[in-house]
Design a protein around this ligand. Structure first.
Ligand code: ADP
Ligand code: ADP
Length: 226
């Protein structure tokens, strides 16, 4: 079954010089455990599309379904990872990871146990009493990912999540994130302007046209990179 179904999404913005269309007529679906990338030139409407999928922005046309349910407002079942890791510097790694559960009011014993399990599986448990500033960029990014996975999201949205990292760190982090997401079978939608990154991480790439964003092509990636 499709975890995500995006149906005829259209987004218009009111500007001083009238109305502009950011997104024109976008439809696609994503299966459980699939990793898809949305690529396109800067300003074409990628972040707008992610905001719509997350429920933060109500589209001017069309619908989004998550697990068959119409998205209407922000769901606690969507995880978001941004360019900045947004870790709280005054909280330990452990407390940062639990914070994702706290703000969603889902800090149940099962979820805390899941968070601790993730910290252990991915080598962060021994650093749990450290503060973010004591970790490398890669480890911080991994912490941010674990914080998001601890909420057990139906869909993970990545918005240019790696573009602030330097080249070598970026290669390591994307590899790390890819392995974790495949192991945890997380359904992921990533937007990026980095085509090599999308090729190395995705099962499918949706290429958007220059604004207004429409689907130009959908490319299936059916090879394994070494
Ligand atoms: P991308 O993420 O691909 O760089 P965005 O989704 O941020 O693109 O923006 C798409 C287009 O919509 C841009 O032309 C931008 O100026 C416009 N836009 C985005 N948000 C708003 C807004 N809140 N009001 C008006 N125009 C907006
Ligand atoms: P708060 O007061 O912010 O709710 P606590 O420090 O009382 O948080 O801890 C809440 C729970 O998390 C307790 O069960 C505690 O044992 C556990 N806990 C706190 N820090 C750690 C840690 N570093 N490693 C493992 N468990 C921890």
């Amino acid at each position: 079954m499709d975890v995500l179904k995006v149906l005829n999404i259209e987004q218009k913005y009111q500007a001083d010089n009238g109305e502009t269309t950011a997104i024109k007529d976008i439809s696609f679906s994503v299966e459980k455990g699939e990793f898809i990338s949305i690529v396109g030139p800067s300003g074409c409407g990628k972040s707008t599309l992610l905001s719509i999928i997350s429920g933060l922005l109500k589209p001017t046309g069309g619908e989004v379904y998550v697990n068959g349910m119409l998205v209407n407002g922000v769901s606690s079942h969507i995880g978001y990872m941004l360019q900045k890791d947004n870790l709280l510097d005054w909280r330990t790694i452990y407390k940062n990871v639990l914070f994702g559960l706290e703000i969603r009011k889902i800090k149940t014993p099962e979820n805390v146990a899941r968070a601790e399990e993730l910290l252990k599986t991915y080598g962060l448990y021994e650093f749990r009493n450290n503060y973010p500033s004591q970790l490398s960029g890669g480890m911080r990014q991994r912490t941010a990912l674990i914080r998001t996975l601890a909420i057990n999201p139906d869909i993970l949205l990545l918005d240019e999540a790696f573009s602030a990292l330097d080249y070598q760190t970026r290669l390591n982090v994307t590899d790390d994130v890819y392995r974790i997401l495949k192991q945890e079978k997380v359904t992921t939608v990533m937007v990026t302007h980095d085509i090599p990154e999308s090729i190395s991480m995705s099962d499918k790439i949706i290429i958007l046209t220059q604004r207004p964003a429409e689907i130009k092509e959908i490319v299936e990636i059916d090879f394994e990179l070494p």
